[in-house]
Design a protein around this ligand. Structure first.
Ligand code: UDP
Length: 241
């Protein structure tokens, strides 16, 4: 196998759903958040990686789903963005508990609970070794937190997006429907388009493709995976140019 790939600046996208214990009615599992924080701490211990985190809100609320049931889409999306703020605060608290200094920057101004997103300040925090948690998505409805991750990665000049999710990579067909579905170790953006492989929504995908930012898709659940991914060990599927 190839030796670990070194990244200088990365964005880690955590799905909101992954913060929920399967089968539990609690939207956030403090234990899961705490495990993620420990793994991030371990990954950052060598001190050579700058990290931004984007977390979704699907464990609380998804705008599109509420809109399909009759709610106004923009309002539902703003609610979804607020959900990401709760998840971001949970992650911040846990990271700090583990001695990782971090800030939450919210794309929707919320002075009492978080800093406001300011690109140059975010970059400075990263340069100074602080983790920046980008809360409230892009601040605009009709986007997703995958798109937020792609956007922040682009404007921060990150060299990779890690998408930590509930599946362990990108498959040539749906592994739930086709038992012989094959997982890719590597696949390029154009293959994803021509074979209609779903990695991220199309807006997020295009941003990464246009800005030549590889996406590493991996399963958040197995212990140690976050650390392995951030350290550049081969894991999941790498989508690149
Ligand atoms: N959202 C939004 N704009 C953004 C990011 C998120 O409107 O820039 C809303 C949208 O309603 C979305 C919800 O926030 O459904 C939660 O985010 P997402 O679905 O991406 O979370 P995940 O699936 O990663 O948990």
């Amino acid at each position: 196998e190839a030796s670990p790939r070194r990244f200088k600046r990365a964005i880690l996208k955590l799905s909101g759903e992954a913060l929920r214990e399967p089968g539990s009615t609690d939207n956030i599992s403090p234990e899961i958040v705490e495990r993620i924080a420990r793994e991030v701490r371990d990954a950052l211990a060598p001190g050579d990686l700058q990290l931004g985190i984007v977390v979704g809100g699907g464990n609380f609320w998804r705008g599109a789903a509420a809109s399909a049931r009759g709610m106004d889409r923009a309002t539902a999306d703003y609610m979804g963005m607020l959900a990401t703020v709760m998840n971001s605060l949970a992650i911040q608290g846990s990271l700090e508990h583990h001695g990782v200094s971090c800030v939450v920057q919210s794309a929707i101004e919320m002075k009492n609970v978080a800093d406001t997103f300011i690109r140059r300040k975010a970059e400075r925090h990263l340069d100074q070794g602080r983790v920046v948690i980008f809360a409230a998505g892009t601040g605009s409805p009709f986007f997703s937190t995958d798109t937020t991750a792609a956007l922040r990665a682009s404007e921060m000049g990150a060299d990779v997006v890690f998408k930590a999710t509930m599946v362990d990579g990108v498959y040539d067909s749906d592994p739930k429907k086709n038992p012989s579905a094959k997982r890719y170790a590597r696949v390029n953006f154009h293959e994803c388009i021509s074979q209609q492989l779903k990695v991220m929504d199309s807006t997020a995908f295009s941003l990464c493709m246009d800005n030549h930012i590889p996406i590493v898709v991996f399963d958040l659940a197995p212990g140690g995976n976050v650390t392995r991914a951030l350290r550049g060990e081969p894991i999941g599927t790498v989508v690149s140019s």
